[in-house]
Design a binder for this molecule. Structure first.
Ligand code: NAP
Length: 237
């Protein structure tokens, strides 16, 4: 029987690349994003059948709870959870509106906490379940103009390391993947000359991140770790 993988933020960017790769590798996918149409469009491009698209705003507790109940009822137990739903609101702190701070923390940090919590009950019934949270090198190293985004991702690192300790005895693994600059909608506004700050000289692709997510999901003896996928960027930060 194929393994069930839930990808939050699976309609675009890194999450979509992860969903494509996991479907190719024989998983059944539940793709979540705020827009049902966008999630459905992504599902239509996946290899194989039986995948589902669900609209879910990960920052809303009741929506998350209901969505994961639906997944459990219609698809069964969850083997893999990938938290790739995220937003950025880059600005110097003095120019950051409090509502943007709340949105960043609620989506990037609280959102992953809520989905992990909702998925864990189901994962307890699965062999070798695994979670990958998508952080950022900015959460590890900091960056001017991204203090709140950075805080949301640094929080996610602490959450990941702690949850890994909490659930290891149940053979559930939890890791964080920290990308650098990757070509997606989120980085579309960034000038290409930023690539010069990357030791490998270019932005990464969503497919390169997806391969690393797959590695973490499959690595049965790795938990509570941070895997940096950034073309060497953090060395230069
Ligand atoms: P993206 O292309 O903008 O895609 C973001 C995804 O998240 C979309 O599927 C979006 O779908 C979903 N999403 C946003 N808010 C949501 C919410 N409240 N509830 C549910 N889904 C939501 O971004 P990306 O570049 O793939 O980024 C994915 C993750 O990687 C983010 O956490 C980001 O911070 C992190 N990251 C990205 C980079 C990079 O260079 N791209 C680098 C480091 C870290 P809807 O709009 O339909 O909801």
């Amino acid at each position: 029987m194929s393994r069930l993988a839930v990808v939050c933020g699976g309609s675009r960017g890194l999450g979509r690349a992860v969903a494509l790769l996991l479907a190719e590798r024989g998983c059944r996918l539940a793709v979540l994003s705020r827009s049902h149409d966008a999630a459905q469009a992504a599902v239509k491009t996946l290899h194989g059948a039986d995948h589902v698209a669900l609209s879910c705003d990960v920052s809303k507790e009741q929506e998350v709870q209901k969505t994961f109940e639906t997944i459990q009822k219609t698809c069964g137990n969850i083997s893999y959870l990938v938290n790739a739903a995220g937003i950025n609101r880059d600005a110097l702190l003095l120019r950051t509106k409090p509502e943007d701070m709340v949105a960043l923390l609620h989506t990037n940090l609280l959102g992953s906490m809520l989905t992990c919590r909702a998925a864990l009950r189901s994962m307890l019934h699965t062999q070798d379940a695994a979670i990958v949270n998508i952080g950022s090198v900015v959460g590890l190293k900091g960056n001017a103009g991204q203090s709140v985004y950075s805080a949301s991702k640094a929080g996610l690192e602490g959450f990941t390391r702690s949850l890994a300790k909490e659930v290891a005895s149940r053979n559930i693994r939890v890791n964080l993947l920290a990308p650098g600059f990757i070509h997606t909608d989120m980085t579309a506004g960034l000038a290409e000359d930023r690539a010069r700050s990357v030791p490998l000289g270019r932005f990464g692709t969503p497919e390169e991140v997806a391969q690393a997510v797959l590695f973490l999901l499959k690595s049965s003896y790795i938990t509570g770790q941070v895997l940096v996928v950034d073309g060497g960027l953090q060395l230069a930060m």
